[in-house]
Design a protein around this ligand. Sequence first.
Ligand code: PHE
Length: 502
Amino acid sequence: MAVAGTGQSNENWSGRAAFILAAVGSAVGLGNLVRFPYVAGDSGGGAFIFVYLATILFIGVPVLIAEFMIGRRGGGSAIAAVSRLARTEGRTRAWVIFPILGILASFLIVSYYSVLAGWILHFIQVFAVDIGGRFVAEGPVALTAPAFEGQSDEEIGGILPKLLSQPGRMIVLHALFMAATVFILSRGVKSGIEAAANVMMPIFFVLLLGLTTFSLVTGEAMQALTFLFTPDFSQLTGSTLLRAVGQAFFSLSLGAAMMLTYGTYLSRETDIKSSSQIVATADTAVALIAGLALFPIVFASPVLSADVMGDNDPGLGLLFVTVPRAFHLMPFGSLFGLAFFVMALFAALTSAIALLETSVSWADGDYDVPPAQKARRRVIGAICLGGLAFLIGIGHALSQVPQTVAATFFNDWSPLDAIPLFQGMNFLDAIDALATTVLQPFVGMITALFAGWAISTSAAKEELRFDNDSTFALWQTLVRWVAPIAVGLVLLYGAIIVPLLD
Ligand code: PHE
């Protein structure tokens, strides 16, 4: 059939394992390490997890399959792929609006993701200095010490506030992280994205398992298990579904043209269904395991657990305030604290690479651009787009500076104040809400409709190679009806009705 194939001058993944590792690297990020454990524990424990798993299964996986399928069949970049498929299927070119909005979502996300990753770099340095100094003075026994021994709880809780009052430092760290992302992307798919995931993801998994074991053995395992898994069905409300869908899209990197872009580098041989299952399973497993790495050590201290339970959304404070305070109370805390932030860095870096790749892949051109020229365009694209995201990120960093320290303009600015959903939000929060609660679900919904209705059944069948017709029919029903309706309702309720009623 004369449809667009992959290949031409587009670089392909070197194999199925490399592709899966890169996709898992993109999916596993701050969403798994920080947001999921907290949202799960706070929104009904086992009851939330049940709803979340159902969301992943009936909405997340079908949409993930759709993104890979569209990407591979169309080829080139997210926009080129959709535009070409729309043409070959005889549909309107207007469909390209969804990859465009998806690229916008990833680009907006990376502009603040990098600032937060800069905070992680800061904590790595603080832990490294703490452990290094002690090591020089005391030798290997230093490794057994709690983190920041001899300092007060207030001092440790004050590390983040102190960083926030140093905008110059925040911006330098943000620049470093963005530069690393740009450098990796400029090397291309195989020697950049793939190589980075091949190195970082295995280390990430080793660190995660090591930390979880440490945490379960030394911390309050029972209390953490109770918090995370005891089902509380009274907590299941309309907004639980909202949180579950939002979390599923963010965690699986859906509706951001991202999996679509990774799909354009897929070879014909790779099986999309089983790869999608592996990616979704790994992402969900990491989210669940992260809860077991985090909460036992937090609950080991009554003060910290009271703090976390009392807060209705500790968000980033959990990672940057509570976690360092918890490692202060644990034997081997400095060692494991350092390991924890290195793990978070790797998770954030492989996600940031994916987030910026969606626009870089557009910049390097369609698959008929000659390889040498494509490579050049990729380098220039990565530098320019990374530079632009860096500049926007400066605004995010400045929005976090306390007003008592300095007026930075951004810390007294609610850019989208006129819209109820974004009322009172600072620059960073407003951009986060715009990208993750509006754009991602919206783009995800249109992606499902495109895969279900615009692409012919024969093309989809050829691409997905389901074992039998009834599984294919199930997938098609999910992307035609279930995902668009469910996500559409969630969007209507969460982005319009609830903010208006508030
Ligand atoms: N999935 C990533 C996380 O959990 C974030 C992300 C969203 C990455 C969208 C790529 C695209 O942190």
